[in-house]
Design a protein around this ligand. Structure first.
Ligand code: AMP
Ligand code: GLY
Length: 425
């Protein structure tokens, strides 16, 4: 079958690589894709915000399945429009993507299904939000309700910082995403990510991972889309996974179905593992980036039948096998990210860096210029490796990072630090 993959990040390069290995695939197109994906997909310059353009392309190229990588097209209803045009798609409907698109919506689902999460208040006026902060005190967490590219959350250690965040939201820093704020209890514990596929009724657990959201070593600096990840996350032991399935995932899927808006796609739970067990921090309704890269590195099944079963309501008929290896990915970003950065700098030596068969470099913001690879975004490369321990995968990933010749880029040097400290070797 012919497939169209929407997106251009490291996540989509990893998905494209996995799909390209499927015997069910005839031809893969990626819109807009990136330079790394050229070896496995035809890149297409489509305006994916124009759903009619996407549908017309699918008809022209006889596309029978569309895989949507990022959240924005999901929240804008691309999957609904494709299905209305008779084209099968992987990803939730617009209504179900509200689990990512609105933090207040997700809090409502948690209330309905008694899902463990941080206590909260939601406010559409500045005065009420400020009064709530005065009453609750700090630490406290302020979140713009809507999509803000991962930047709409302030974990405030003081009341003054929390109030400043509220002022910024209502002053329009996040546009309409900040017209409402959710103010949450500060949760203490270790964060982890858990991924499942849901076809609306059946749930297939995938795997666990841990991201590193801050820009710099020691979890310092500004929040980013993610600077590195590894899978599995040992903090998600069998008991915690079972609790997460029983108390968080299954009640969410059941509530969405009961509301008439079944969730179909990847459900990505951002969790805080507290002393009272796992609590939901947030949902995303797509694979994580860079978490997807480490999941794909460990997946031993064909990805395509899993995605098709999700769309076809037949997840109970498939299974996923995972390698016992640890996979790690180190994000190389342009100097200045997540603030302003230069585009167009040249990256060299990528082939030598991937000579080890346990190493794969997934591209994110790259573009080709003749034989050259140029940086074309904030997060640019995902240097990914597998090994028998976090330490071994870390050593392989950083050995490859050393070989990449890109003076205008940087990465964190401590991805996996929590687990490496625990491995104690
Ligand atoms: P989110 O975009 O909701 O995942 O929030 C971004 C980051 O803020 C999370 O990855 C956590 O590190 C932190 N965070 C969000 N909510 C809380 C909370 N209630 N307590 C502590 N940290 C939080
Ligand atoms: N790495 C976090 C995310 O994809 O939202």
């Amino acid at each position: 079958m012919n497939i169209l993959l929407i997106g251009s990040g490291g996540r989509e390069h990893a998905i494209a690589w996995a799909l390209s290995k499927s015997p069910l695939l005839t031809k893969l197109y990626a819109a807009p894709g990136n330079a790394g994906m050229r070896s496995v997909a035809d890149l297409v310059s489509l305006d994916v915000t124009s759903h009619s353009d996407v549908i017309a392309f699918c008809k022209e190229k006889d596309i029978s399945f569309v895989v949507v990588g990022p959240e924005a097209p999901l929240v804008s209803g691309l999957v609904d429009d494709l299905e209305a045009a008779g084209i099968k798609a992987f990803g939730p409907s617009k209504a179900a993507a509200q689990l990512e698109g609105s933090k207040a919506f997700t809090k409502g689902v948690c209330d309905d299904a008694d899902i463990p999460t941080a206590g909260y208040g939601r406010f559409d006026t500045k005065e009420a939000a400020l009064a709530y902060i005065s009453k609750q005190g700090a630490p406290i967490v302020v979140k713009a309700d809507g999509l803000a590219a991962g930047k709409g959350v302030v974990v405030a250690m003081s009341e003054a910082e929390a109030k400043e965040a509220v002022e910024a939201c209502f002053d329009g820093e996040f546009g309409s995403a900040g017209a409402e704020v959710v103010i949450e209890e500060f949760l203490e514990g270790e964060e982890a990510s858990f991924f499942v596929l849901s076809d609306g009724t059946n749930v297939l657990p995938l795997a666990t991972a841990q991201d590193h959201k801050r820009a710099f070593d020691g979890d310092t600096g500004p929040n980013t889309g993610g600077m590195g990840a590894y899978s599995p996350a040992p903090v998600m032991n069998a008991t915690i996974v079972q609790q997460t399935m029983d108390k968080i995932i299954k009640p969410t899927v059941a509530t969405m179905a009961a509301r008439g808006t079944p969730f179909k796609g990847v459900l990505f739970a951002g969790l805080m593992i507290t002393k009272d067990g796992p609590k939901l921090i947030e949902y995303n309704t797509r694979f994580g980036d860079p978490e997807c890269q480490v999941l794909i590195m460990r997946l031993q099944a064909d990805l395509l039948p899993l995605l098709l079963a999700t769309a076809d309501n037949s997840l109970d008929q498939v299974s996923a096998q995972w390698s016992d290896d640890v996979a790690m990915t180190v994000v190389m970003a342009a100097n200045g990210y997540p603030g302003s950065y230069a585009k167009g700098t040249e990256i060299r030596n990528l082939d030598a860096a991937t000579a080890d068969e346990d190493v794969k470099i997934f591209h994110a913001g790259t573009k080709a210029d003749g034989d050259k690879i140029l940086a074309n975004g904030g997060r640019v490369l995902n240097v990914t490796a597998r090994g028998s321990s976090v330490r071994e995968s870390r050593d392989k990933a950083y050995a490859a990072v050393e070989k990449v010749d890109w003076p205008e880029g940087f990465c964190r040097s401590d991805i996996g630090w929590r687990e490496i400290a625990r491995e104690g070797k």
